[in-house]
Design a binder for this molecule. Structure first.
Ligand SMILES: Nc1ncnc2c1ncn2[C@@H]1O[C@H](COP(=O)(O)OP(=O)(O)OP(=O)(O)O)[C@@H](O)[C@H]1O
Length: 251
C-alpha cells in the first residue's frame, strides 16, 4: 500500500518537555488511520506536527522527519502554508466563522485569491456535497453558519477543509461533542471521504476507531507503542501496554 505520509523518529518538544518521542509511522493513502491512547499521550501533538500547525504554538521544537509523498515537509524550501493546504484539519469543536455558510466554505478559496463568482459557487456546492450537507443548507447559504446545529457545523468545517482541495484530512476528535445521530453521520462521512482523501483521526472512542479505521496506532506517554490493521490491533494486540489499555477501556 502506498504511504501518503511517513514520519521517521519524530519527536516534538514543548520547551524542554518531549510530548512525542521518536515516532515512526507510515500512513497509507486513502485509508483511515486512527490514533488512540490515554489523555495527554501526544495524539493532538502528533496530528498538529503533520501539517506544521505546531509551529503556531510558542516554544515548540521538532526533531526527525515527516515525509508527504516522499518529500520532507520541514525542508527549508517548503512553505508551511502550502503544507497546510495539502494537509487540512478539522477540530474537535466545530469552529465556523461568524459569517454565512457560503462565506465559511469560500474562505480558503478567497484567501488563495479566487475572485470568480461562478468558480466560488461551484466549489462551495461541491464541498458541501462532499461533506453531506448540501441538501440541508442549499436554500440558506447566506444565513449565518452559527445558526446550524452542532453536527451541521462540524460538517460545515469538513466542507471548509475540503474546499481548498487537500489530499490529507487530519481530524481531532471530530465527533466528541456530538450526539449519537450526528456522530453516526460524521462517521459515515469519514468512510465516504476516504475514497478521495487520506484521513488521520484522533478518537477517544474505541468503538469509533473500530468501526471506521483501517489502521490503528496506540500512543502512550508520547511513544508509538503499536500500530496494526485495526481489527488485528483490537483483537490480538501484541504489546502488553496495548493489551492493558484496551482491557481497561472495554472493562
Ligand atoms: N501548547 C502546549 N504547551 C505545552 N505543553 C503542551 C502543549 N500542548 C500539549 N502539551 C503537552 O503535551 C502532552 C501531549 O498533549 P496532547 O494534547 O498532544 O495529548 P493528547 O493525547 O491529544 O491528549 P487528549 O486526548 O487529552 O486531547 C501533554 O503533556 C500536554 O500537556
Amino acid at each position: 500500500m502506498t504511504a501518503k505520509i511517513e514520519t521517521r523518529d519524530l519527536s516534538t518538544y514543548y520547551r524542554e518537555k518531549a510530548a512525542l518521542k521518536g515516532v515512526t509511522l507510515s500512513i497509507p493513502e486513502r485509508r483511515v488511520t486512527a490514533l488512540i491512547g490515554p489523555s495527554g499521550c501526544g495524539k493532538s501533538t502528533f496530528l498538529r506536527t503533520l501539517n506544521r500547525m505546531h509551529e503556531l504554538s510558542e516554544g515548540v521544537r521538532v526533531t526527525g522527519q515527516v515525509y508527504l509523498d516522499g518529500e520532507d515537509i520541514f525542508a527549508p524550501h517548503v512553505d508551511p502554508v502550502e503544507v497546510r493546504r495539502k494537509v487540512g484539519m478539522v477540530f474537535q469543536r466545530s469552529n465556523p466563522f461568524p459569517k454565512s455558510i457560503f462565506e465559511n466554505v469560500a474562505y480558503g478559496l478567497r484567501v488563495a485569491g479566487e475572485r470568480d463568482r461562478a468558480v466560488l459557487e461551484r466549489c462551495v456546492r461541491e464541498s458541501l456535497e462532499a461533506a453531506a450537507l448540501w441538501d440541508e443548507v442549499k436554500d440558506r447559504l447566506h444565513e449565518s453558519a452559527l445558526e446550524l446545529s452542532g453536527g451541521q457545523q462540524q460538517r460545515l468545517c469538513v466542507a471548509r477543509a475540503v474546499a481548498v482541495r487537500p489530499e490529507v484530512l487530519l481530524m481531532d476528535e471530530p465527533a466528541s461533542a456530538l450526539d449519537p445521530i450526528a456522530t453516526a453521520r460524521i462517521e459515515e462521512l469519514i468512510v465516504t471521504l476516504k475514497e478521495k482523501y487520506t484521513i488521520v483521526l484522533v478518537t477517544h472512542s474505541m468503538q469509533e476507531a473500530r468501526r471506521i479505521s483501517d489502521q490503528a496506532a496506540f500512543l502512550y506517554l508520547g511513544e508509538m507503542i503499536e500500530v496494526a490493521p485495526t481489527l488485528e490491533l483490537f483483537e490480538s494486540p501484541r504489546e502488553p501496554r496495548t493489551q492493558e489499555y484496551l482491557r481497561g477501556r472495554f472493562g
